[in-house]
Design a protein. Structure first.
Length: 202
């Protein structure tokens, strides 16, 4: 039986550099020890979205199509300050009295996703509106990196080495996401939760 609570976080962004490129979506799934899962899915509208010329001219994959769409006037989302408050309050309500020592965060790439969560909080604080302290789980503290776990599984010959999430789910026999869920933060969160549980043997 699952003994811990897992909090999987994923982001969709306008590029690879959190100092330059915008945050577009945040997905979070909390899985409690009884198997109950709770989801939070947010779209973010930053005050300014910056995408460099290289990305606009050369990148065509799904995540950056979302980034390009975000430049359109009809892109809707929460401001950073509103998003920070929603996330912090939702995590507090969902985790309740759960012992923090039994809660593990998880991201497919902890360094990347946690950097974008810090960007969100920095933009929220810069707005001058009240913003709660960033939860430790979003900074990479006490977090499991599913890419790193997959690498360790490959080292132990449990699965072949896989550099991409699609390859990992194929090797683990996990059903791929629906097409409409691909390259969305919440869609990737759902897959990452399955990957995490499979790699941990839960």
């Amino acid at each position: 039986m699952q003994k811990h609570t897992y909090v999987v976080v994923d982001t969709e962004t306008g590029g690879l550099d959190p100092y330059v490129h915008s945050l577009l979506e945040v997905g979070i799934i909390v899985r409690l020890p009884d198997g109950t899962q709770h989801e939070l899915d947010l779209r973010i509208k930053e005050p300014e979205i910056v995408i460099d010329d290289y990305l606009i001219n050369h990148v065509t994959d799904g995540s950056n199509k979302l980034a390009l769409a975000s430049l359109e006037p009809d892109w809707e989302g929460d401001t950073p300050a509103v998003a920070c408050n929603k996330i912090a309050h939702w995590l507090n309500a969902t985790l309740g009295e759960t012992d923090p020592k039994t809660v593990y965060g998880s991201m497919h790439n902890v360094a990347f996703d946690s950097a974008y969560m810090r960007r969100l909080w920095q933009l929220g604080q810069a707005s001058g509106l009240p913003v709660p302290r960033i939860p430790n789980l979003l900074t990479g503290y006490h977090s499991l990196d599913t890419f790193g776990l997959a690498y360790m599984a490959a080292k132990q010959d449990t699965i072949p080495y896989c550099g991409k999430l699609d390859h990992i789910i194929e090797e683990l026999g996990i059903e791929p996401p629906l097409e409409e869920d691909r390259h969305t933060a919440i869609g990737d969160c759902r897959v990452q939760m399955k990957v995490l549980l499979a790699l941990l043997g839960e």
